[in-house]
Design a protein around this ligand. Structure first.
Ligand code: AMP
Length: 399
């Protein structure tokens, strides 16, 4: 990583504003999965142990610029306190006099959690001017001496607390989680041990086109699955029945395959399919070969494809996976995705899982602990794989 990190600064006696991603799911008013909070603990602990005065900032849900008590971070302060066996003070707001005085009275090793940053429209910069967003970011910056960004999940957003704030801070560094994400993704893309393969799936070509185009100059093989495969198969002249097709992208799909061929990249498409007569869990299903009959839609890769892909996966030294191989949320169409999960888990390759759906598929498969890295940021990891610079990363100090 070519950015300064939390390891490169001294926190003793300093006020530290740390952007974390505490956007956790709730069910019946209780945190139902605290992995995002746990993922930030190493950075939090580092600042606290070094005698820093820690001010945490995060968003939660989509309050759309309004103060919404049901999206308060207050339950998170309590939960974080219990994880750390330390008191986490809860601020009544994100900015303002009361917050300023709470921040100023923090002692070394103490922690203050600000309210949901998205209670202010300035956070996302929607419905306000650039100047208003900067004024909000300046108020956040005035709370601390050092800024740490550990919120990889929002690093692809140029928001007040993720990027704009850095303009008004002297020291801007990456936290441990951010560093780990950038090291894994960066190494995989720029310095992979070969063979390097990418397994790309998901609903539509349009959602993954930029990823494919970026990876074509880097990988040895591309393994395609999910709904997006059918636009490629159509471009090759196969019958695709009523599968999900983006007709306006059939030519682009053809060009992408030519580009892969020109670059010497093996471009692999499914050779058999689990099809349904309907997009539903209760659909009639059958397994068919390359050609999909009229009235049927491809909803998962078939067993022969799994075998061919698993063979390719077993030879890889670096694997990036983004997007499921089928509609894995519906039991009759989950097997392809689950089998690919297991094939990746069985290798000793560096395996990097990015994207919300692939992450939940890996969770469902029970082999999550066999993966080298499961990204905490779906959108952010996708933009990284597209070769884009993430605003939250760009704003940090260079090494
Ligand atoms: P994405 O967000 O683009 O990664 O797409 C993930 C979604 O694609 C999941 O909800 C899957 O159910 C869906 N998906 C995967 N395969 C197919 C398919 N063959 N047809 C329609 N949708 C699919």
């Amino acid at each position: 990583m070519n950015k300064r990190s939390i390891e490169d600064v001294q926190f003793s006696g300093q006020s530290v504003l740390m952007r974390v991603d505490f956007n956790v799911p709730f069910s019946d008013g209780k945190i139902s999965d605290d992995s995002r909070i746990r993922a930030a603990l190493p950075s939090i602990q580092k600042v606290v142990d070094n005698g820093g005065k820690l001010i945490l900032a995060s968003h939660l849900g989509r309050p759309k610029g309004k103060k919404s008590p049901e999206l308060s971070l207050s339950p998170i302060a309590e939960h974080l306190g219990s994880l750390l066996s330390n008191t986490v003070k809860m601020a009544p707001d994100v900015i303002g006099d009361e917050v300023n005085s709470m921040a100023q009275s923090l002692q070394p090793g103490e922690i203050l959690l600000l309210e949901n940053t998205r209670f202010y429209p300035e956070e996302e910069g929607k419905g306000c001017s650039k100047e208003e967003q900067e004024a909000f970011a300046r108020k956040l910056a005035s709370l601390a001496d050092i800024y740490v960004n550990d919120a990889f999940g929002t690093a692809h957003r140029e928001h007040a607390s993720t990027a704009v704030v850095c303009r008004f801070m002297e020291t801007n560094v990456a936290g441990y989680l951010m560093q780990k994400e950038l090291d894994f993704l960066g190494d995989a893309v720029e310095n992979p041990e070969r063979p390097f393969i990418a397994v790309i799936g998901g609903a539509k070509v349009s959602g993954k086109l930029e990823v494919l185009q970026n990876l074509i100059s880097k990988v040895d093989a591309l393994l395609i699955g999910g709904g997006m495969a059918y636009t490629f198969l159509k471009a090759q002249g196969h019958s695709v029945g009523s599968s999900l097709i983006e007709n306006d992208l059939v030519d682009t799909a053809g060009d992408t395959m030519k580009q892969a061929e020109n670059n010497g990249v093996k471009f692999m498409l499914p050779s058999d399919h689990v099809v349904g007569d309907n997009f539903a869990e209760e659909a009639q299903t059958q397994t068919v070969g390359m050609e999909i009959p009229e009235g049927w839609m491809g909803l998962d890769i078939g067993p022969q494809t799994v075998q061919t892909y698993a063979q390719e996966i077993s030879k890889a030294k670096t694997i990036v996976w983004n997007g499921p191989m089928g509609c894995f949320e519906m039991a009759p169409f989950a097997k392809g995705t689950m089998d690919i999960c297991r094939a990746i888990a069985d290798t000793s390759a560096t395996s990097i899982i990015g994207g919300g759906d692939s992450v939940s598929a890996v969770g469902q498969s029970g082999v999550a602990d066999k993966m080298s890295h499961i990204s905490t940021g779906g959108g952010a990891s996708l933009e990284f794989l597209e070769g884009k610079e993430l605003p939250g990363v760009a704003a940090l100090d260079p090494k």
